[in-house]
Design a protein around this ligand. Structure first.
Ligand code: ADP
Ligand code: MG
Length: 321
């Protein structure tokens, strides 16, 4: 039976290049590059709440880090370090081998060093803290949007939620649509390059993890502005376009969650620069709305005829009703 220390040594210890001191001492020691600050963020995944019991361990390792890197992307930070706190019901070595492989695949893809963590017995829970660097004046905060700015979205929202709707029996997707949506749900890719490209360009940004409406609502609140979204202009994947249930489509697009796209605002004279970023990175970036001086924190959605839509499901809140 592997001990706690065997587990740490076997699965989570690697020699890093950047940290002054990594796994193995009481603390890791890291320095931020000159002219930058550390951007720090933690996200926790709990079995039964964020992932199903029996979920593919390699994909889980990838996703656990990806959702954290998504927060760095939304801040315009370059990823550097991560710590990993794990609660495990048992020392299942097959699970650990796959989980750590998935974790390090994602870490390698984005130049992240694992510098510490904690390992304990308990209901399966994964808590990761990521650290990135950004020049403080270029950080993409939530509070910088001003009236007249445009609201943009990378990729499209709703596919992960559509996968969940299929798994829950609410809709039946064809094979290709299901494969696409499951990939979006289980192997999200954080928009790190986009976050970096938006430095000095976006007036605010957030990653879409709890649903588009809820997340742009955070920009509206922090910035003290109102947001108007145009429903017909929201980008849709082929899978979502093929879905006949329009109330499900609306829920997925606006309140789905688990998308890990970036929503951001730019001043209207910067549209051309956004288009060049899209072309340079090979991404789809879509203008989906605008910022107004209306009621601070309010997000309104208008249909193609310009009519205000009534939205029942506005997004996910772990302690909401
Ligand atoms: P302490 O008793 O000081 O909390 P631990 O015995 O918990 O230290 O951990 C020993 C070392 O291994 C520390 O450097 C810690 O950061 C690291 N560590 C523990 N668990 C993990 C993990 N899951 N991933 C990476 N590093 C870990
Ligand atoms: Mg410890």
């Amino acid at each position: 039976m592997a001990s706690e220390f065997d587990i740490i040594r076997r699965y989570f210890t690697r020699t890093g290049k950047r940290a002054l001191l990594g796994v193995g001492d009481d603390c890791a020691l890291v320095a931020a590059d000159k002219g930058t600050v550390l951007a720090v963020s933690t996200d926790m995944l709990v079995e039964g709440r964020h992932f199903f019991a029996g979920a593919d361990a390699a994909k889980l390792g990838r996703k656990a880090l990806a959702v954290n890197l998504s927060d760095l992307a939304a801040m315009g930070a370059a990823p550097r370090y991560a710590t990993l706190a794990l609660a495990l019901p048992d020392a299942d070595e097959a699970w650990l081998a796959q989980f750590s492989q998935g974790f390090f695949d994602m870490a390698d893809a984005f130049g992240v060093e694992l510098i510490g963590g904690d390992t304990t017995r308990g209901p399966r829970t994964i808590s990761i803290t990521v650290m990135g660097i950004v020049p403080p004046q270029l950080a993409l905060r939530r509070d910088g949007a001003t009236a007249g700015d445009e609201v943009w979205l990378s990729g499209c929202s709703g596919d992960a939620a559509l996968a969940l709707a299929h798994l829950g029996g609410r809709t039946r997707l064809g094979d290709a649509a299901l494969a696409h949506c499951l990939a979006r749900l289980h192997t999200p890719v954080p928009c790190v390059a986009l976050g970096l490209a938006l430095r000095g360009l976006a007036s605010s940004a957030i990653d879409v993890s709890d649903g588009l409406l809820a997340d742009v609502g955070h920009i509206a609140e922090s910035s003290g502005v109102a947001i108007e979204l145009r429903y017909a202009e929201l980008p849709r994947s082929r899978a979502l376009k093929g879905c006949a249930d329009q109330s499900l489509v609306q829920e997925c697009l606006l309140a789905g969650g688990d998308d890990y796209e970036l929503a951001f605002t730019v001043s209207p004279d910067a549209s051309g620069r956004v288009a060049s970023v899209a072309a340079d990175l090979g991404l789809t970036l879509t203008r989906v709305g605008s910022i107004s001086a209306g009621e601070p924190g309010l997000v309104s959605v208008y249909d193609a005829s310009g009519k205000l839509m009534q939205i029942a499901n506005r997004g996910f809140d772990h302690f909401g009703s």
